[in-house]
Design a protein around this ligand. Structure first.
Ligand code: ADP
Length: 161
């Protein structure tokens, strides 16, 4: 069974992330969405909330063979623990390239048997980021094209607090 780990902050999960998961499911039998704790990045949603929202979004889209898990360790250690040797990352417009390249090569140095695979989203998501979604939510803009409705609801609640 071919499995791949899709790590990220998912603060919150967006249609861009979900587009990548759907593409990965064409090639892989199972996708593990690995939500990094990363509290030093001061996420809007807590680790538990981000995991819960990712699970709800997968359910809302009725995606099969997707598992959501949290991790709070070095990514390569999480991969080894799961016995999975493929990492999925996304490449949007040029902005992602430097960081993703650096991370993929560092992970390869640490663990040469683990391969990073890059997917490109549908053009409508190429400029979509969780930060942009939070900015739109903050000012009450329409989120329908960017996130599933369970995430839209959570964002509305968060910003009405
Ligand atoms: P991180 O903090 O690890 O970058 P993110 O949740 O921001 O976590 O992103 C996880 C991965 O998903 C990254 O590889 C990022 O490039 C990718 N990604 C995020 N949004 C999109 C999108 N709209 N289209 C394609 N890939 C995306």
């Amino acid at each position: 069974m071919k499995k791949i780990i899709y790590p990220g902050s998912f603060d919150p999960i967006t249609n861009g992330h979900l587009d990548l998961i759907k593409r990965a499911l064409i090639i892989f039998d199972e996708v593990i969405v690995a939500v990094a704790k990363r509290e030093e990045k001061r996420p809007l949603f807590s680790w538990e909330e981000r995991i819960d929202l990712a699970k709800k979004a997968i359910k809302e889209l009725d995606l099969k063979n997707v598992v959501v898990e949290g991790y709070n360790s070095l990514l390569i250690d999480f991969c080894k623990e799961k016995n999975i040797f493929a990492i999925l990352r996304g490449l949007r417009a040029v902005a992602d390239f430097d960081y993703e390249f650096q991370m993929a090569l560092t992970n390869r140095k640490l663990s040469p048997e683990i391969e990073t695979i890059f997917f490109v989203p549908s053009p409508e998501y190429i400029f979509l980021s969780a930060s942009l979604v939070k900015e739109i939510a903050k000012y009450g803009g329409c989120l329908k094209k960017f996130v599933p409705s369970c995430v839209e609801k959570a964002l509305r609640e968060k910003f009405s607090q």
